[in-house]
Design a protein around this ligand. Structure first.
Ligand SMILES: [Ca+2]
Ligand SMILES: [Ca+2]
Ligand SMILES: [Ca+2]
Length: 403
C-alpha cells in the first residue's frame, strides 16, 4: 500500500489583487526628452510645446515628457538642445500573464495563431486535459467553465465517482487547483492566466486532503481518464493529455496503467520529483511518460528538482489559483509539469484546427524534446534534460511535420 505524494511546496499563501493596465490607443506617442539645460530653458520648453503638450517635467534630471505625433519625432531629435528622445514605456508591476507563462512563450502562440480561433488558446471540441491530483476548486472564478467531467478514486476506490457533478471533485487541499490554474486559468482581465486559457479539463481526484494517495487510486484515475465519460477507451471523449504532478517509487500497477493510456494514444506528462535525486520518481520515470523538472526565473534548476528529466519548465514561485477564490505562490516540479501538459494541448488543438490528425504520444514527445531551448552544457544534460519547453517552436513543428 504505497503512497504517492503530490510534488509541491507552498511558499506563500495569499490573496492577490493584480492591477490591470489598459493599453490606450492614441495617435500621439508619449516620449521623454532629455534637454540641455545650459541654454535657454524657457525657449526650449516653448519649442517643445509647439510640437505637443508637456505632461510632466523632471528638471532634476533634465527630462520633459510630452505627447507628440509620430511624424514630429525626427524634427524633435534634430533640435540642438535635445540630448535624447525615448518612448515613455509602460512598466507593469504585476499582470495577469505571469513570468512562467511568458518564459515558455505561450502568449506568442496565442498571438501567432489567431486564424485558428479558440484552438490558439487550447480549446478544441475533443481535446481534454486530465488533472490527476487532489481535485479542482471548480467554483474559482478564474477556472469558471474550464472543467466538464469528474472522477474520484480514493481509499483504494472505496470512494469512487465518475460523472458531471463537479462538487465531488472539489479540492480540499489546494494542490490540484494550483496545477489546474497553470494549465487553464482564464484570460479574463483578473487574477492569472494559464498556458492554455481556454482548455477544458477533466478533474481526476486521486490524492486526499493531505496531498497523498494510493498507487491503486492513481492507476484507477489514469484508466478512467483514458476511457472518458463514455466509459470506453479509444473514442473522442478520452483524455488527450494526462497531467500528473505526483510521484513515488516504481509500481507495476502504475506502469500498467501508464501503458494502458499510452496504448490509446493518451499523452502522459509527470513531475520529475523534488528529492534532489539523480533520476525522476514514477510515473515520470517511465519512457512512455514525459518527465518535467523545474527551473526558476533565472533559468536555474533548484537543487531539489530531480535530475535526468526530459524537459524543464517553470517551477519556482509560481502564482496560480487556490481554493476559496484565492491565489497562491507554490514551488515544485508539480508546477513545472502542467506547463508541458498545456503545451501538448496547444499542439493537438491547433493541429486539429489546421485539418490534421492528432499526434501520437511518441510524436509529441519527439517534438517537445527537439524544439526545447537548450540550456546548460550543449545538448542533453542531466540538469536540464533536453532543455526548456518552448510553446511556439513545439506548435510550429506540430503544424509542419507529420501531415
Ligand atoms: Ca485570469
Ligand atoms: Ca471514451
Ligand atoms: Ca543542455
Amino acid at each position: 500500500m504505497r503512497e504517492l505524494l503530490c510534488l509541491a511546496v507552498v511558499f506563500i499563501l495569499t490573496s492577490v489583487l493584480l492591477p490591470m493596465f489598459a493599453e490606450a490607443y492614441s495617435a500621439s506617442i508619449r516620449v521623454i526628452i532629455g534637454v540641455d539645460l545650459s541654454g535657454n530653458y524657457v525657449r526650449a520648453k516653448s519649442v517643445i510645446e509647439s510640437l505637443g503638450s508637456i505632461v510632466l517635467e523632471i528638471p532634476e534630471i533634465s527630462a520633459l515628457v510630452t505627447e507628440v505625433p509620430p511624424y514630429s519625432l525626427g524634427h524633435l531629435k534634430s533640435l540642438s538642445f535635445v540630448k535624447y528622445v525615448e518612448e515613455d514605456k509602460s512598466i507593469k508591476t504585476s499582470s495577469e500573464v505571469q513570468w512562467n507563462v511568458e518564459v515558455v512563450e505561450a502568449p506568442e502562440v496565442w498571438a501567432l495563431n489567431t486564424t485558428y480561433g479558440d484552438a490558439a488558446y487550447g480549446y478544441q471540441t475533443t481535446i481534454r486535459v486530465a488533472v490527476v491530483d487532489t481535485g479542482i476548486s471548480y467554483t474559482h472564478s478564474d477556472l469558471y467553465g474550464s472543467i466538464d467531467w469528474c472522477v474520484v478514486s480514493l481509499r483504494n476506490t472505496k470512494t469512487f465517482y465518475r460523472g458531471t457533478s463537479l462538487k465531488n471533485c472539489d479540492d480540499p487541499n489546494g494542490h490540484g487547483t494550483h496545477v489546474a490554474g497553470i494549465i487553464a486559468a482564464r484570460l479574463n482581465s483578473f487574477g492569472v492566466a494559464g498556458v492554455t486559457p481556454k482548455a477544458v479539463l477533466y478533474a481526476v481526484r486521486v490524492l486526499n486532503a493531505n496531498g497523498g494517495g494510493y498507487v491503486s487510486d492513481v492507476a484507477k484515475g489514469i484508466v478512467e481518464a483514458t476511457k472518458g465519460p463514455d466509459n470506453t477507451p479509444g473514442t473522442s471523449d478520452d483524455a488527450d493529455v494526462i497531467s500528473m504532478s505526483l510521484g513515488g517509487p516504481h509500481s507495476q500497477t502504475l506502469y500498467n496503467a501508464v501503458l494502458y493510456a499510452h496504448s490509446y494514444n493518451v499523452v502522459l506528462v509527470a513531475a520529475a520529483g523534488n528529492e534532489g535525486a539523480s533520476t525522476p520518481s514514477c510515473p515520470a520515470c517511465y519512457s512512455e511518460v514525459i518527465a518535467v523538472g523545474a527551473i526558476d526565473q533565472n533559468l536555474s534548476v533548484p537543487s531539489w528538482s530531480n535530475k535526468n528529466s526530459d524537459l524543464v519548465a517553470p517551477g519556482v514561485n509560481i502564482l496560480s489559483t487556490w481554493p476559496r477564490n484565492k491565489y497562491a505562490y507554490l514551488s515544485g516540479t508539480s508546477m513545472a509539469c502542467p506547463h508541458v501538459s498545456a503545451i501538448v494541448a496547444l499542439m493537438q488543438a491547433i493541429r486539429i484546427a489546421d485539418g490534421k490528425d492528432k499526434l501520437s504520444p511518441t510524436q509529441v514527445k519527439g517534438i517537445l524534446i527537439t524544439t526545447a531551448t537548450d540550456l546548460g552544457s550543449s545538448g542533453y544534460d542531466e540538469i536540464y534534460g533536453y532543455g526548456l519547453v518552448n510553446a511556439v517552436a513545439s506548435v510550429n513543428r506540430a503544424l509542419n511535420t507529420f501531415s
